[in-house]
Ligand binder design. Structure first.
Ligand code: ADP
Ligand code: MG
Ligand code: MG
Length: 250
């Protein structure tokens, strides 16, 4: 699904991604962990195609197609979903109407008809029930006055509605209490199927108790320096990142 080879990227003239390799197949859940400032969010933004990140080398393929030249919207239409890619607040636009528009725009870009209203309602009902989102929440203005937890929940609702091929969740666990964390994880686990993939970026091991990754990668100083199974996340939680540093320098 996603194949990144020897990626180099700059932010404001400084090299942040320094030869990164990552391969994600359909049906897999990958966790990317790493210390603050390692380049985790930068990587997420580059995959989503954010303009302020300048790719200076390497290759990035989505289902075999080079996506380097595609705009963020085009990548979204191809099924890449990045949490927090949507505008922070849209007064006067409800959570529901925002989702209807997003879904129909995507369908249009894919050459499909608008989703019939009946199907849309069914989808909204199904996904909001799954994520324990109440009716009142759906008719609120997007992100206006949302608490941290509500923003996260809305983010997961968007993901569930869009049914992306590749979902990238960047630090979705920060600012969530245990109940919200469980709901978010539940949403991710239900989204999982053999034809999509999830990349969870997290600083802590906590989320990975609920979303069990197939692979865990350590992103350190702009590169993936170690990959392993979910046990690696536990090791990192226990021992921090210093031993990784020592391993690299050895
Ligand atoms: P992480 O998510 O792993 O904590 P980031 O990808 O956010 O790390 O940041 C990696 C480095 O890139 C940091 O030194 C950060 O200051 C820098 N950086 C990231 N985004 C920007 C930006 N938009 N403008 C300037 N510097 C940035
Ligand atoms: Mg980050
Ligand atoms: Mg570019």
């Amino acid at each position: 699904m996603l194949e990144i080879t020897d990626l180099h990227a700059n932010v404001e003239g400084k090299e942040i991604i320094k030869g990164l390799n990552l391969k994600v197949n359909a049906g897999e859940v990958h966790a990317i962990m790493g210390p603050n400032g390692a380049g985790k969010s930068t990587l997420a933004n580059i995959i989503a195609g954010k303009e302020e990140y300048e790719v200076s080398g390497g290759k990035m393929l989505l289902n075999g197609e080079d996506i380097e030249e595609l705009a963020p919207e085009e990548r979204a239409h191809k099924g890449i979903f990045l949490s927090f890619q949507y505008p922070v607040e849209i007064p006067g636009v409800t959570v529901t109407n925002f989702m209807k528009t997003a879904i129909n725009e995507t369908r249009k870009a894919q050459g499909l008809e608008e989703m019939p209203a009946k199907d849309m309602l069914k989808l909204i009902r199904e996904k909001s029930e799954m994520l324990e989102i109440d009716r009142k929440f759906l008719s609120r203005s997007l992100n206006e006055g949302f608490s941290g937890g509500e923003k996260k929940r809305n983010e997961i609702f968007q993901m569930a509605m869009m049914q992306p091929k590749l979902a990238i969740l960047d630090e979705t666990d920060s600012g969530l209490d245990i109940d919200a964390l469980r709901i978010v994880a539940n949403g991710v686990n239900k989204l999982k199927s053999s034809d999509n993939a999830v990349v969870v970026i997290t600083h802590y091991q906590r989320l990975l108790e609920y979303i069990v990754p197939d692979y865990v990668h350590v992103l350190y100083d702009g590169k993936i320096v170690k990959s392993g199974s979910k046990e690696l996340a536990l090791q990192l939680e226990e021992k921090g990142y210093d031993w990784i540093k020592e391993e690299i320098n050895a």
